[in-house]
Design a protein. Structure first.
Length: 161
């Protein structure tokens, strides 16, 4: 088992690295999209200022400013995701589930990081989930062979990497 164990550990470290990189790209793409939206709103606001007058003008400006505020909130969320990803130490090993763990259950595999959704690597499906998500909260601190109830299903933790 010695060589196979090392190979498996190496494969898991590569998968962790790829999952983390995929999450970082997810955040980068979200950041670019939100920046583009904000820039578009700023341009719209400037053209609204130049071309309009009266109540319709004020309503348009107010709507744009509301949208800009919502988009700014998204930027705050993105900064929080970056902060979480920066805290992940993929080399950290623990028998308990923590930020950066890959958790295998009989049903699904999870990467505790940020809520980035479904990630497919080498034909394997992983779900990048936040530690503050409902399932993330359930998993934190659990160990292999422990069971937990999620969405009416009892799931068993088979492996933690």
């Amino acid at each position: 088992m010695g060589n196979l164990g090392h190979l498996w550990s190496y494969k898991m470290m590569n998968i962790k690295t790829e999952l983390l990189e995929t999450c970082k790209k997810f955040v980068e793409n979200r950041f670019k999209t939100v920046q583009e939206i904000l820039l578009s709103f700023q341009n719209d606001l400037q053209s609204e200022t130049k071309s309009s007058a009266g109540d319709k003008h004020e309503t348009g400006r107010a709507m744009l400013q509301l949208e800009m505020e919502k988009t700014s909130q998204q930027l705050i969320g993105i900064k929080q995701m970056i902060s979480v990803l920066d805290k992940i130490d993929i080399s950290k090993k623990s028998k308990k589930i923590h930020l950066g763990s890959i958790v295998f259950t009989e049903k699904d595999s999870y990467f505790l990081s940020i809520s980035a959704g479904k990630i497919i690597l080498n034909n394997e499906v992983f779900y990048a989930i936040s530690t503050s998500s409902p399932i993330g909260k359930l998993l934190l601190g659990k160990q292999e062979n422990e069971q937990f109830l999620f969405n009416g299903n009892t799931l068993k933790i088979q492996k933690i990497v």
